[in-house]
Design a protein around this ligand. Structure first.
Ligand code: ZN
Length: 233
């Protein structure tokens, strides 16, 4: 008889990509809004403000993509090197590797005889897989994909950056700085709450944390813009 399916709702798998997407969008909103507010506070005309914002969007998205690609690729390279070395060790010193695997299971709470038996059976089935998983912590499902990571962080940055740019189009002139500030903080609070909710954390705390840093960024560039605008006017 089939057992009823055991359902567990683990959040870690879902949080991985969601966290990356929220971080990207967050970056896009904060950096573009801060850039636009800084330029606008200096009394720049709206065409230049929009142009700066667009340049900021492109620069940010490309730099996110490049950074993510390099970082994930580095991780892939390191894992490949680990697996290659493991393969060689399994070929050259199978008995030492079996002892190593046995010890790992002993450390996790199995007694010596059972650990040895588990290690032997897993080795017979897929030695490299067992060492990759239990010694190196590398699993197939988690295999990182550099291009996918690069694309998704660039895309989420762009989505985030589009928000302050839309506000630039909607609110020209003196209403721009307060409009962008309010829109940015509201969006950040929503994103922070969403991320916290998905991760099972406190929603209010998540929203407050993100909003605080966004407000700080806006305040800093607005001050800079005002100072420079006054000096150069
Ligand atoms: Zn090993």
């Amino acid at each position: 008889m089939a057992r009823p399916k055991h359902k567990e709702h683990h959040r870690t798998a879902r949080v991985g990509w969601l966290r990356a997407a929220v971080l990207g969008a967050n970056d896009g909103i904060v950096s573009t809004a801060a850039l636009v507010v800084g330029v606008a506070a200096a009394g720049t005309d709206s065409r230049t403000i929009l142009l700066s914002g667009l340049a900021g969007l492109l620069a940010g998205a490309l730099s996110m993509a490049a950074g993510e690609y390099v970082s994930v690729h580095t991780q892939v390279d390191a894992e490949d090197a680990d697996l290659k070395q493991e393969k060689a060790e399994l070929r050259d010193e199978p008995e030492a590797e079996l002892r190593e695997l046995t010890n790992i299971y002993v450390n996790r709470g199995l007694d010596q005889a059972l650990a040895r038996q588990v290690a032997e059976q897993l080795t017979a089935r897929d030695a490299l897989g067992a060492h990759a998983r239990d010694e190196l912590g590398i699993t197939e499902q988690q295999a990182p994909r550099p291009l996918q990571a690069a694309f998704s962080s660039a895309a989420s940055f762009t989505v985030g950056a589009a928000l302050p740019l839309a506000v630039v189009l909607l609110f020209p002139g003196t209403r721009l700085v307060p409009a962008i500030s309010i829109a940015t903080l509201v969006m950040l609070a929503l994103l922070g709450a969403l991320a916290a909710r998905a991760g099972g954390a406190n929603v209010l705390k998540g929203a407050t944390r993100v909003t605080f840093w966004g407000a700080l960024a806006l305040a800093v560039t607005a001050t800079m813009g005002t100072v420079f605008g006054t000096v150069t006017a």
